[in-house]
Design a protein around this ligand. Structure first.
Ligand code: NAP
Length: 494
């Protein structure tokens, strides 16, 4: 499809007719208890697109029982078989990319080109973990004191609960389901209420790719707490992998303590984006737009605080404003659109409140900052300058297309400012001074650093945060370890 414009009225209808909207339990598509459903809404119109199954706690229990029942046989499949399934799913994702991108754009709002990009990125997790599956290793070692041998084996953790957010509905699913399958873990996936369709479509692809019944189950629900808490506390699951807000992550960590579940937590961010006076300004402006505007700013990796050296902040602000104000805003399905709607009215209200708060505290609006009237949850690309430390947006994720600029004087001051947050997911640093780049990259308290680049996500690299941005890593060589236990077998030699 590329950037060509589909006839969305007819194509969308065909895509919805094919899109699964039920629960997937034990290898079968089933209705929720008593046929309950909830609506999926198009954020560019505010209108319902379709209704999907609304799982009850009993439906959730059935899904986890199916996962638990399939665990032993799935763990016994060969890693080559699991890798081959992942590669068939990789191919199918690419074969269906146009339909899947349209489905994602309709339920989530991002421009079609970005939806295409996300599906290609999501597919890469399958290819990456297909490679990791066949390289699960172990060890054999002599005890230091002699007389014994250590055999070290890796085994699947067991049935997993996988909870994903709405902002990257396909990639966040494959980033968890891919390594779970590779490791031989069965799972119950709960996608976000606002974007269930992409995950359901992906799981149908796994079915078509030959994944055994029960290996992956999906529950969609409008009652996340009511359905998931009993599963977390059931004793049937051995792990929870969660991507979402830090607020919900804290609640889930407490629940996981009950049965001492393994956890992976990919939580919120508050990324600093630092531009030193020696940086290439054009590259820094383009990097800031990439780091800020991917997904309309609705990304955990979004640049949330942009610190620019005081000597260049005016020039940087002018160039950023020129480019930001030229970005076309509109429905993600329309040709040439770069900025779609926010996910819902609550998200838009929060962005608008954060902007009002910053302005009240002395920030100046260089472009945007006014909520439009009319259909959909649109918010314009916005640049603020002179944003003070006391502004709420210095502490809270904006999750919208707002770039707040703050001047700084020197390296020590900006590193302290960057670290003055409970979050530690990612940071971005623009400088042409190698020694400074390495000093700052080491001093900054984040799990990932983009040096002269505004996007760090890569399936082959370890993604994750420190501090209250999370626990564990997804992707990269460590991603599969999150789904493996290490078993040590001590052998006495006669
Ligand atoms: P969220 O409100 O925390 O929800 C995330 C998921 O958790 C959704 O599926 C949600 O279901 C579910 N959920 C909410 N409360 C729950 C509960 N009490 N028990 C069980 N499940 C529960 O986050 P979001 O608004 O969807 O996503 C945005 C957040 O995700 C941001 O903070 C962003 O930074 C973070 N994020 C982090 C990463 C990363 O890799 N670090 C990546 C992407 C996003 P419902 O939809 O039904 O509420």
């Amino acid at each position: 499809m590329g950037t060509s414009q589909p006839d969305t009225s007819t194509t969308a209808q065909a895509v919805f007719e094919r899109a699964p909207q039920q629960l997937y339990v034990g290898g079968r598509w089933v209705d929720a208890e008593r046929g309950a459903t909830f609506d999926v809404v198009d954020p560019s119109t505010g209108e319902a697109l379709c209704a999907v199954a609304d799982a009850s706690p009993a439906d959730g229990r059935a899904a986890l029982e199916a996962a638990a029942a399939a665990q032993a046989s799935f763990a016994a499949t060969s890693s080559r078989e699991r890798a081959d399934t992942l590669m068939r799913a990789f191919d199918l994702l690419h074969d269906r990319i146009d339909d899947l991108a349209l489905l994602m754009t309709l339920e989530m709002g991002k421009p079609l080109a970005e939806a295409h990009g996300e599906i290609a990125y999501a597919a890469e997790f399958l290819r990456h973990f297909a490679g990791e599956a066949v390289r699960i290793d172990g060890g054999y070692q002599a005890a230091p004191a002699g007389g014994a041998r250590f055999l070290v084996a890796k085994q699947p953790v067991g049935p997993c609960l996988l909870i994903t957010p709405w902002n990257f509905p396909m990639a966040m699913a494959t980033r968890k389901i891919g390594p779970a399958i590779a490791a031989g873990c069965t799972s119950v996936v709960k996608p976000a209420q606002q974007t269930p369709l992409s995950t359901l479509a992906f799981v149908d692809i796994l079915r078509e790719a030959g994944l055994p019944a029960g290996a992956v189950n999906v529950v969609t629900t409008a009652d996340a707490t009511g359905v998931m808490e009993p599963l977390i506390r059931s004793g049937l699951a051995r792990k929870l992998s969660f991507t979402g807000s830090t607020k919900v992550g804290r609640i889930l960590l407490e629940q996981c303590a009950d049965k001492v579940l393994r956890t992976s937590m990919e939580l919120g961010g508050n990324a600093p984006f630092i531009v030193f006076e020696d940086a290439d300004l054009d590259e820094a402006v383009d990097g800031a737009i990439a780091a800020k505007m991917r997904n309309m700013g609705e990304a955990c990796t979004a640049a949330n605080r942009i610190y620019v050296h005081q000597e260049i902040i005016e020039e940087f602000g002018d160039r950023l404003t020129e480019k930001m104000s030229a970005l076309p805003v509109g429905r993600g399905v329309d040709d040439g659109v770069r900025v779609g709607p926010l996910i819902d009215e609550a998200a838009r209200r929060k962005v608008s409140e954060l902007v009002a708060d910053a302005v009240q505290q002395g920030a100046r609006v260089l472009t945007g900052g006014v909520t439009p009237t009319g259909q959909g949850y649109f918010y314009p690309p916005t640049v603020l300058t002179d944003v003070p430390r006391s502004a709420r947006m210095a502490d809270e994720e904006i999750f919208g297309p707002v770039a707040p600029l703050t001047p700084f004087k020197d390296e020590t001051e900006v590193v302290a400012a960057a670290n003055d947050t409970e979050f530690g997911l990612v940071s971005y640093v623009y400088t042409n001074d190698l020694r400074r780049a390495l000093r700052v990259a080491e001093a900054i308290e984040t799990g990932m650093v983009g040096l002269n680049q505004g996007v760090v996500s890569n399936p082959a690299a370890p993604f994750g945060g420190v501090k209250q941005s999370g626990l564990g890593r997804e992707g990269g060589p460590t991603g599969i370890e999150e789904f493996l236990e290490t078993k040590y077998i001590g052998i006495a030699l006669a």
